[in-house]
Design a protein around this ligand. Sequence first.
Ligand code: SF4
Ligand code: SF4
Length: 229
Amino acid sequence: MDAPEAPRDAAGDDLDEADRLEVERGLRFTHIMMTMNKSQGNEAIASIQALAALLVRKGMIDPDEFGEELAVARDAIGRVVQPTVRLAAMGDKYAEGESVDIDCASRIPLCGARCCSFAFFLTEQDVAEGVARWDYGNPYWIKRADDGFCVHCEPETRACGIHASRPHVCRKYDCRNDPRVWIDFEARIPAPMPPPGRTMPIAMAEVDASADSIARGERERASGHQQAP
Ligand code: SF4
Ligand code: SF4
């Protein structure tokens, strides 16, 4: 007799609830460690930059030569793809309340719940609750289905399946002046619906301009010319 099939959730995942929570905990730990490593790496980079700045100021290295070497090094680093963990820093979503009261139920036939197709990342509180699903390949962005909508957005009604626990950003979002949603909110004229399908955020490293700005600042200081920030 075949083994019973593992339960599948609305997103089509094969993990049961206990496994899912275990995987989430493990990934969360990994991401926290990654973030700590990144923070320590930034500190090491800052120390090197400070050392370079000191050498320039004392005339021990030429700022232009340093700039050229920096450009080469930055180009090499820029070609390395690195993941970035995104976790929104917001307060207690239950204490803060809603940002604005919008008659979503009557507007969904017009707007198509466009807001639920947007990419956003969760807060630590959202993740800790374990209700809102996040994308394991893009931590901690909201998990989206193949149609581009949040996995918690009911396909038939476009209602939120986790309304009481919905993420912080969902409570704060105000669509009234968002041209992606409305041509005219008051006149109830929706913006044209984009083609279906999701555009996933890519978990890539963001370019850190601090190296450039510090090196530039040192060159300017060495030449006696400094721009306003
Ligand atoms: S786009 Fe605006 S009106 Fe439509 S469901 Fe979202 S918040 Fe409500
Ligand atoms: S959690 Fe609910 S309100 Fe937020 S994007 Fe998903 S379906 Fe929409």
